[in-house]
Ligand binder design. Structure first.
Ligand SMILES: NC(=O)c1ccc[n+]([C@@H]2O[C@H](COP(=O)([O-])OP(=O)(O)OC[C@H]3O[C@@H](n4cnc5c(N)ncnc54)[C@H](OP(=O)(O)O)[C@@H]3O)[C@@H](O)[C@H]2O)c1
Length: 290
């Protein structure tokens, strides 16, 4: 199975990295891109150029799609919808859980076997041990084409509901952007006293590495519903201390806009009588739907 022919639709930064990984792993790789010139380097490396989407889809039992968004996926696949029956489609384009479910239904109506995917990597990480891809949707596509998928990154199958991969992809990115927000604020704050970012960076990295250890403890509290278990720093204390963060930003002439939203949430939770608990209880305030 390691030599299953694969088609890649979309040769942006990510699609090119995926196609290159498949070529390196010895798959006959057919490529198509709206702007045809982007295929040239890959063709020089051994890829086969498809002149049309129809030709590309017909070339391989597995079609990997990596386009800008789901609108571009529909624009690309709609004209060849009649030719998708029996084809395994692995759509690694980023989108929302709802979009993935709708795409899976669209594919099923056309007889295609649909696997959704969320790439947890940037292009240079593809085919390195650091990269992983979340998959959900057709188990049979995942199992049949596992060798080709594993050539891209470490593969994680999450279940038959196509929404599961984009949901968890977006959850991971949400965690990342929360962290990036804090990092940017921290650099703005230290920069307000002329401290070079490079001088402060090692300490920030050390602190974030150590604080990432909180994830497992929060998870245990959230799953048990007991936010008072294993509390090291209670919420009432944290809510009071958080004021210092906002005050210091103000004093240093740094906008608090990235940090500000957490303050009122903490205060509300304390006012509701949960000051002795941990920060993890804030998830109850974030879930606006049961
Ligand atoms: N790059 C990353 O770090 C990264 C990481 C994880 C996930 N992703 C996801 O991977 C997907 C591709 O990202 P990328 O970095 O390759 O983006 P990109 O470099 O901007 O490439 C976008 C691709 O989509 C094509 N495209 C856009 N609109 C189209 C349309 N209407 N019809 C047909 N093709 C269309 C482009 O074709 P043209 O060349 O003709 O414009 C190009 O092949 C995105 O969903 C992205 O969120 C990217």
């Amino acid at each position: 199975m390691s030599n299953t022919p694969v088609t890649v639709l979309g040769l942006g930064d990510m699609g090119r990295a995926l196609a290159r990984a498949l070529l390196k792993a010895g798959h006959r790789t057919t490529v198509w891109n709206r702007t045809a010139a982007k295929a040239e380097a890959l063709v020089a490396e051994g890829a086969l150029r498809a002149e049309t989407v129809a030709e590309a889809v017909a070339a391989s039992p597995l079609v990997v799609v990596c386009l800008l968004d789901y609108d571009s996926v529909r624009q690309t696949l709609d004209p060849v919808a009649g030719a998708l029956s029996g084809t395994a489609v692995a759509n690694l384009t980023s989108g929302t859980p709802r979009q993935a479910r709708e795409m899976a239904a669209w594919a099923a109506e056309r007889g295609a076997d649909y696997l959704d995917g969320g790439i947890m990597a940037v292009p240079p990480m593809i085919a390195t041990p650091a990269a992983f891809v979340l998959y959900s949707g057709s188990r049979s596509v995942f199992e049949t084409h596992r060798a080709a998928l594993d050539a891209l990154a470490q593969s994680h199958y999450l279940g038959e509901d196509a929404a599961l991969a984009p949901l968890q992809d977006i959850a991971l990115l949400s965690g990342m952007y929360g962290m990036f927000s804090g990092i940017l604020h921290a650099f703005a704050l230290t920069g307000s006293e002329g401290i070079k970012a490079a001088d402060f960076a090692p300490m920030l990295q050390r602190w974030l590495n150590s604080m990432s250890g909180a994830v497992a403890g929060f998870a245990a509290q959230i799953d048990s519903g007991d936010h008072a278990q294993g509390v090291v720093s209670n919420l009432a204390m944290q809510a009071a201390a958080y004021h210092h963060l906002l005050e210091a930003a103000e004093e240093q002439g740094v906008s608090p806009e990235l940090l500000a939203p957490l303050g009122p949430l903490m205060a509300r939770r304390v006012a509701d009588g949960h000051g002795h608990e941990d920060l993890s209880g804030l998830v109850h305030l974030l879930r606006t739907r049961a």
